[in-house]
Design a protein around this ligand. Structure first.
Ligand SMILES: C[S@@+](CC[C@H](N)C(=O)[O-])C[C@H]1O[C@@H](n2cnc3c(N)ncnc32)[C@H](O)[C@@H]1O
Length: 300
């Protein structure tokens, strides 16, 4: 939280955009800083989380303007332009929220049996069960290897194909058992052998890297033209992205470094900021979080 506030440095009256509002924790912090004269834009691909974020922000006492943008954050730039808004600070806190992983009916967790879904937006796109049913063995192996960094991806894909021929794989419990039958538990490790395969499927189902690439492209385009009309980013805008996976972090790092090299933005984080010890203790997921931030060139 502290790192988000210090890098974005939101000021009273500004327009702050939370691209991944989740339960509204960060949005509430941003709202406190921009105050009653500020505009808070909330986006989430998961309609239930967007409603939660809005309710929590309002319950926090924020009485500035709240603008909602349902759907992918990659669409936010266009929506801001349509509404004549320009962002002064933008936050993306990527990946999933605890509300999603703790709810068995959403199908994200190997710890809770439920339908094998994993879509952030339960109303659109193909589920993890559809993906496993429809992809060729080699494609499954490649995505489990790339997005999960799972060395036994070929063996897992082989077993998935054998098992899906016996009976469609439609529950998280069955998928976890299949993966565990191929990947042995590392002695002394508390990490479930199914962890990497579940991560890989979640990233693929939600095209997480595709959405991030689109967002970074719009940041790059707008950064080159902040003083021009029609940009969704105000001159001097700050942008912070928290990622949890090396592939995401690499995309953010390259994009921000390129903007820095072209002198149209200043990189505010030479090395990524990571969770403080107390936060990493209380929230194990925070241990892999990396925050990178830039500030666009100020008004001329
Ligand atoms: C780590 S949580 C955000 C938590 C939030 N910062 C908070 O304080 O509660 C990530 C959120 O991003 C959302 N999300 C994932 N991919 C998205 C996308 N492409 N567009 C918009 N939201 C997305 C998820 O639905 C989830 O609610």
């Amino acid at each position: 939280m502290g790192a988000v506030r210090s890098t974005l440095a939101p000021l009273a009256g500004e327009t702050a955009v939370d691209l991944t509002a989740g339960m509204g924790g960060h949005a509430i912090e941003l709202g406190r800083a921009i105050g009653d004269s500020g505009t808070l834009v909330l986006c989430d691909l998961d309609p239930a989380n967007l409603a939660r974020a809005r309710a929590n922000v309002l319950a926090s006492g924020f009485s500035g303007q709240v603008v909602e943008s349902a759907g992918s954050y990659a669409r936010v730039p266009q929506r801001l332009i349509e509404q004549g808004l320009r962002a002064d600070c933008v936050l993306g806190d990527l990946g999933f929220s605890s509300t999603q992983v703790d709810d068995a009916s959403r199908g994200f967790s190997f710890r809770r049996d439920g339908p094998l879904d994993m879509r952030y937006d339960p109303a659109s796109g193909a589920s993890a069960a559809d993906l496993i049913a429809s992809r060729a063995e080699e494609e499954l192996a490649d995505l489990i290897y790339t997005f999960g960094e799972e060395r036994r991806s070929r063996g897992i894909a082989r077993k998935l194909v054998v098992e899906r021929e016996r009976e469609p794989i439609t529950t998280t419990g069955r998928l976890a058992e299949i993966v565990r039958s191929v990947v042995p538990r590392t002695p002394g490790s508390r990490i479930d052998p199914a962890t990497r395969t579940f991560q890989a499927l979640r990233i693929a189902v939600n095209d997480e890297l595709g959405h991030l690439r689109l967002l970074l492209e719009t940041v790059e385009r707008a950064a080159g033209a902040t003083n021009g009309r029609g940009s969704w980013l105000a001159p001097g805008a700050r942008i912070a992205i928290i990622s949890f996976h090396s592939l995401e972090d690499r995309l953010v790092k390259r994009s921000f470094a390129e903007l820095g090299k072209r002198d149209i933005a200043k990189v505010l984080t030479r090395s990524p900021l990571t969770a403080e010890e107390d936060e990493a203790q209380s929230n194990p997921r925070a241990r892999s979080a990396k925050l990178r931030a830039i500030r666009l060139a100020p008004p001329t």
